[in-house]
Design a protein around this ligand. Structure first.
Ligand SMILES: Cc1ncc(COP(=O)(O)O)c(C=O)c1O
Length: 418
C-alpha cells in the first residue's frame, strides 16, 4: 500500500500534485512519500511486536539522511556495508548500538572506524576477516562483537544477482564449516562472539526459504550452546519481496508469523534488515518525455531519465510500472521507454503497452524508492538527480540536483599537461 494515487486523472503523492512539483524542481527527480515510508516502517516493525527485536533498515537500498533520520526516530537501526554508510548513519543520528555491519570486504580502516563508533555487531563473512577483526580490535584496545554470517545453502528463488545464500555465492561462511570458526573465534582475545547472521537474498516472494534457513541456523545455535558458546543476537537479514508487477509476496505479518512459529522462545534478540520492502513502493522516479519516434516495428519514447538514474531495468531486466502523470490519452500503443545514454541497454521499460505519450509529458516510474537513487551514477556525465519528499500537501527537497561543477569536483590536471 502506498500514497501515489490519481485524483481527477492527475497523479498525486499524498495531497501534492506531482506535475506541480516537477514544474518547480525540474525533471528527473526521485519522489518519496513520507506517509508511505512511515507506514511501511511501522507495519514491518509492528509485525514483530512481543519479540525482542531491532529493525535495522538496510541502508544500501536508500541512504538519504532524511530517510535515515525518519527511521531512527521511529526506533530503528541500520544494516551497513561500508565506512561511508557508517558515516551517513552516524550523521543522521543513528544510535551505534543499533548498527550492524555486513559485507565481504571490510577494510582495516573501516573496521577501526566501526570499533571506535562502538557499533552493535560485525557480521563477519570469512575466517580471514575474523582474524583481521581480532587484530584491529587488539591494536586499539577494544573487543569486536561479532556474528558469523553463515551461508545456509538455501535457494531463495530470486534473480541470480540478488541471491546470496547459495553455496556458489560469495557471501558468508558455509554453515557446515561455521561451527569450527565459532570455536576459533571464541578463543581470540579481542573477539566477543555475540551472534549468528544469515541473509539469503533479496526480493523473495515466498516465506519457505526464510524458514528453511532459520531451521538450519537454529540447529547451529543449539550446537554452539551445547559447547558453551552463547548466542545473544540472531540476525536474519532482509530480503522480503515487493510487488513491482504481479508478484504476491507475503505481507510483513505473514513473514513474521512464519518466523515466530519457528523461533520458539529462543530468548534471543532478533535483528531484521529490511530494505526493499520498506523503500521500493515509497518512492518513484519522475521524468519528462523529450522525444517520441518510431522505426519500422518499434515505438520509442525518449525520456530525460536514464540507466544512470535507475539502473535496475538494465542491470537485472527488472520491471517497473510506468504511469503517465496526467492521464490525458486513451490511445494505447506498444513502446520502449528509453533514456539518452549511448547504450542499447539504456531503457526503463521494454515492450510496454500503455497510453501513448507526447513531448513534454511527465511519467512516473513506480516502485523506484529502493536501489534507485542509491545505485545511480554520473555515467555520460549526467549529474545525479534531486530527491524530494512529500508530506501531506507540502514537498521538501532532501537532496539537491548535482551541478556540472559537482561532476568535476576533485579532478586534478597535473602540471605536465597544463
Ligand atoms: C546483508 C544484507 N542485509 C539486508 C539486505 C536488504 O535486502 P532487501 O532490500 O531485499 O530487504 C541486503 C541486500 O542485498 C543484504 O545484502
Amino acid at each position: 500500500m502506498h500514497f501515489f494515487e490519481y485524483k481527477d486523472q492527475e497523479l498525486y503523492c499524498e495531497d501534492t500534485n506531482i506535475s506541480e512539483i516537477a514544474g518547480k524542481v525540474k525533471t528527473p527527480f526521485y519522489l518519496y512519500s513520507h506517509a508511505t515510508l512511515e507506514r511501511h516502517f511501522r507495519v514491518f516493525d509492528e509485525a514483530f511486536r512481543g519479540i525482542d527485536h531491532i529493525t535495522c533498515f538496510s541502508m544500501k537500498s536508500n541512504s538519504n539522511g532524511a530517510i535515515l533520520k525518519l527511521f531512527s526516530q521511529a526506533g530503528g537501526g541500520v544494516d551497513i556495508v561500508s565506512g561511508g554508510e557508517l558515516y551517513r548513519a552516524l550523521k543522521a543520528g543513528m544510535s551505534p548500538d543499533k548498527i550492524v555491519y555486513s559485507g565481504v570486504g571490510k577494510t582495516a580502516e573501516e573496521i577501526e572506524y566501526a570499533l571506535e563508533a562502538d557499533i552493535l555487531m560485525f557480521n563477519a563473512e570469512s575466517p580471514q576477516e575474523i582474524i583481521r577483526l581480532n587484530e584491529v580490535a587488539g591494536s586499539i584496545g577494544k573487543k569486536a562483537r561479532i556474528a558469523i554470517r553463515v551461508n545456509p545453502d538455501v535457494d531463495p528463488q530470486t534473480h541470480p544477482y540478488i541471491s546470496t545464500g547459495l553455496k556458489e555465492n560469495k557471501f558468508g561462511i558455509d554453515i557446515n564449516k561455521s561451527f569450527d570458526e565459532y570455536v576459533k573465534a571464541s578463543k581470540m582475545d579481542n573477539i566477543e562472539v555475540t551472534g549468528v547472521s544469515c541473509h539469503i537474498g533479496s526480493q523473495l516472494t515466498r516465506v519457505s526459504p526464510f524458514v528453511d534457513a532459520l531451521k538450519k541456523v537454529k540447529e547451529l545455535i543449539a550446537r554452539l550452546d551445547d559447547s558453551g558458546i552463547k548466542i545473544k543476537n540472531l540476525d536474519l537479514g532482509g530480503g522480503l519481496g515487493v510487488t513491482y508487477n504481479d508478484e504476491k509476496p507475503p505481507l510483513p505479518d505473514e513473514y513474521a508469523a512464519a518466523l515466530r512459529e519457528n523461533l520458539g522462545g529462543m530468548g534471543l534478540t532478533l535483528i531484521l534488515e529490511p530494505g526493499r520492502v520498506i523503500m521500493a513502493n515509497s518512492g518513484i522516479l519522475v521524468a519528462k518525455v523529450l522525444y517520441t519516434k518510431a522505426n519500422e516495428d518499434k515505438n520509442f519514447t525518449v525520456v530525460d531519465a536514464a540507466m544512470n538514474d535507475l539502473a535496475r531495468p538494465s542491470l537485472y531486466g527488472s520491471y517497473h510500472s510506468v504511469k503517465p502523470v496526467k492521464m490525458d490519452s486513451t490511445d494505447v500503443i506498444n513502446m520502449d521507454i528509453v533514456g539518452p545514454i549511448c547504450e542499447s541497454g539504456d531503457f526503463l521499460a521494454k515492450n510496454r503497452e500503455m497510453a501513448s505519450l507526447k513531448q513534454g509529458d511527465l511519467i512516473a516510474v513506480m516502485s523506484a524508492g529502493a536501489y534507485g537513487f542509491a545505485m545511480s551514477s554520473t555515467y555520460n556525465s549526467r549529474p545525479r538527480v534531486a530527491e524530494v519528499m512529500v508530506k501531506g500537501h507540502k514537498y521538501y527537497t532532501i537532496r539537491e540536483r548535482e551541478t556540472y561543477e559537482d561532476l568535476v569536483k576533485g579532478e586534478i590536471i597535473p602540471d605536465f599537461i597544463k
